[in-house]
Design a binder for this molecule. Structure first.
Ligand code: TIU
Length: 224
């Protein structure tokens, strides 16, 4: 068993029954000209977490923790993009429109790619998801069950949208969840702060939070 110094208390897990879920570290959310920028956001704060996410991925790989990557994207014919999603708000480019990194949020386009620094390793699961939550309309639950996974560690973007939605979905499916505080980011600093607090409030109503240093130290201790 590994025990991480977390909030609101220690988070204990068996590495072989745990998966790291890296949410949507895609060019479309982190680089100019993608979906995040089209929504009117300054995307630059998100890039700052890339080395920390990388450190967490490496720590998990080294300890035998399964690594799963997700990508928010839609089929080229938009058959999995509800008009309510595509027509929401007043973005400069809508889902499916051509942009500088190809069509916005479309599977197979350069913008939908995971950042090269965080590229999935051979054999790692990549889940393409049409929604904010990674369990909705995807094979994630079956994939985790087939590997005997009971605990999940979360990283990625954005904290209060796709990360939090997926953590809540995971809770209802019976997983214990840990959010890596400095390996997640939001376009809105106040929303990130609030999400970390609401996740761990009420005795970890959604889950635990811990730093990547704390998670990596706990994983390294098991290998020593
Ligand atoms: N807009 C925003 O904050 N997020 C998303 O649209 N998707 C994810 O969080 N991945």
């Amino acid at each position: 068993m590994v025990e991480v110094a977390a909030q609101p208390g220690p988070f204990a897990f068996e590495p072989s029954r745990t998966a790291l879920v890296v949410i949507d570290m895609q060019r479309d959310f982190i680089e100019p000209g993608g979906f995040g920028a089209a929504l009117g956001n300054d995307v630059s704060p998100l890039r700052a977490i890339v080395p920390t996410v990388r450190r967490l991925i490496d720590a998990c790989r080294g300890a035998g923790v399964m690594v799963v990557h997700t990508k928010e994207c839609h089929r080229p014919d938009l058959s999995d993009c509800p008009p309510a999603k595509r027509n929401r708000g007043k973005p400069s480019l809508r889902i499916g429109d051509p942009g500088p990194m190809g069509r916005i949020l479309i599977a197979g386009e350069p913008g939908s790619d995971i950042l090269p620094e965080l590229a999935p390793a051979a054999g790692e699961v990549v889940i393409e998801k049409p929604g904010k939550g990674a369990f909705y309309a995807t094979p994630l639950q079956e994939t985790l069950q087939a590997s005997g996974i009971t605990h999940l560690i979360f990283a990625g973007v954005t904290t209060e949208v796709c990360v939090q939605t997926t953590m809540r979905e995971a809770n209802d499916r019976g997983y214990d969840c840990l959010l890596a505080e400095d390996a997640t980011e939001s376009y809105f600093p106040a929303f990130k702060r609030a999400t970390l607090e609401m996740v761990r409030a009420q005795g970890a109503i959604v889950g635990w939070t811990a730093t990547v240093d704390a998670i990596a130290a706990a994983l390294a201790a098991t290998r020593a």
